[in-house]
Design a protein around this ligand. Structure first.
Ligand code: NI
Length: 474
């Protein structure tokens, strides 16, 4: 990794994230206790699952499904903290614009921008969300992380750096450098002395259960690149002297949590048998498939599919299944087929075989954890290689009709692509994260039925396939 380029990237990120004055939103809704399972991390205090029910979090996604310039960014929609949701969305939209302005599509070595999130604090008064951005420049990749906090009820949002008093920012840098040295790291003085380093070093701050402050130090921010991303802990007495008043409120919210609450295990969902089995050797079958959900539009899509009596196939992301388990259970309970689409939408062909196996397995585990057994797999962007086939452990299902719904964002264009492109045996690709796609569904169904097609799940269409097999139509 070229250091000048990385510093430029870090500076850009800092610039994007430096609009610290986030106005409170007086019109926010009452406290909501989100229903979300945090993504496990190795080095952090675990966030706590909420014990009480409240409006469920949903997931917002920016995704282009372009294998030559892949972008896939996700963030949570937190019902009780609209300002947090707004800030996360605005940051990521700005990041996507900057990425698309900087890079050209490249089929050989696609630049990639991917963003995932995890809950780092889930308390009644405050929630904290970490965004992890991965940017691949065509030769090397870099991960940057930021944590933003949102206050339930008041709707205020805070950057991590806002947790530290303005007058204590330099002291915080010194305390982090001292803690890194105490952990045996070689701190690079020219980096920790550089202007603006406060913003970079203070963009990912999380409180532990005793009030200690865990600082996630980005690649090449204070340490040699070979150290990678490093978590370092400032003890409660050290942190106390650095915090702003708001920082102390967030700290108190984290300390007040009594510890992780184990979610009660959900009973497995019994998949109903189809009322009448369809023989696609006889009938003219077409399978509708929806990727990248569940998301905010998925419930409406399920309503429409139920009204039309149409079974579909969903290729869900592990991160979104964790955030919205009820929607995944509903898919299975209503007779749809549930497949997986990896944990976090990484382009698999850039990963080692072991990396692919882990990304695929964690996606499957996330779905199994909500009580649903996935049957099929679709690689993000349709990108796979021999290693994918050897580790996937499930039939891979691609498509022959690409509606390009992610690109057109037009219900009319989606209807004409789906209905105009389908033949007997077709697999139609759509995304249940886009409102125009869901708007299109009733007309897609009507148009396909008018042409004499019977709508089925992919496994009804394809029959039993071997793990590692690849199908794009019957
Ligand atoms: Ni996808």
């Amino acid at each position: 990794m070229n250091r000048a380029r990385t510093l430029a990237g870090a500076a850009l990120l800092a610039l994007l994230l430096s609009a610290c004055a986030i106005a409170p939103d007086p019109g926010s809704s009452p406290s909501a206790t989100p229903d979300v399972t945090p993504v496990p991390t190795t080095a952090l205090p675990q966030a706590t699952a909420s014990a009480t029910a409240g409006p469920a979090w949903s997931v917002e996604t920016l995704s282009n499904n372009d294998p030559a310039l892949p972008v896939h960014l996700q963030w949570p929609v937190v019902p009780g903290a609209p300002e947090l949701t707004r800030v996360l969305g605005a940051d990521l939209a700005a990041r996507e614009r900057a990425f698309l302005a900087e890079y050209e599509p490249n089929a050989e070595a696609p630049p990639e921008l991917r963003g995932t999130w995890q809950t780092v604090l889930d308390a009644p008064a405050w929630v904290g969300v970490r965004i992890e951005l991965y940017e691949f420049a065509g030769a090397s990749g870099q991960v940057t992380t930021t944590v933003v906090y949102g206050q339930n009820m008041a709707g205020q949002a805070l950057r991590s750096s806002d947790l530290v008093a303005p007058a204590a920012q330099r002291a915080a840098v010194d305390a982090i450098a001292a803690a890194l040295r105490a952990d045996g790291h070689e701190v690079l003085d020219d980096l920790v002395g550089a202007p603006g380093v406060e913003e970079q070093l203070l963009q990912d701050l999380v409180f532990g259960p005793r009030g200690e402050l865990v600082v996630r130090v980005g690649e090449g921010v204070a340490l040699p690149f070979s150290d990678g991303i490093v978590d370092v802990t400032l003890q409660p007495s050290v942190a106390e002297g650095l915090l702003s008043e708001q920082g102390r409120h967030v700290r108190d919210a984290a300390v007040d949590l009594t510890g992780p609450v184990s979610p009660s295990p959900e009973p497995p969902v019994a998949v109903p048998q189809p009322a009448a089995s369809v023989d696609c050797a006889v009938a003219q079958c077409v399978a509708l498939t929806f990727d990248d959900g569940p998301g905010r539009e998925t419930a409406r899509l399920l309503d429409d599919l139920a009204r039309e009596g149409v079974p579909a196939t969903f290729f869900v992301l592990g991160t979104s299944a964790k955030a919205q388990p009820a929607l995944v259970r509903r898919m299975a309970a209503e007779g749809h087929e549930v497949g997986t689409h990896t944990l976090s939408h990484k382009q698999l062909t850039k990963l080692s075989a072991e990396g692919q196996r882990a990304e695929i397995a964690r996606g499957i585990e996330a779905v199994e954890a909500v009580g649903v057994t996935p049957t099929v797999f679709r690689p993000p962007y349709g990108s796979y290689n021999d290693a994918t086939r050897s580790v996937v452990g499930a039939p891979m299902v691609l498509w022959d009709v690409d509606t390009l719904d992610w690109k057109t964002r037009s219900a009319d264009a989606t209807v004409s692509a789906a209905v105009g492109g389908a033949k007997a045996g077709s697999i139609v690709l759509m995304h249940d994260i886009h409102a125009p796609t869901v708007d299109a569904l009733p007309r897609v169904v009507a148009g396909l039925r008018e042409k004499g097609f019977t709508l089925v799940t992919v496994s009804t269409l394809l029959g039993t396939r071997e793990p590692g097999s690849v199908s794009s139509r019957r």
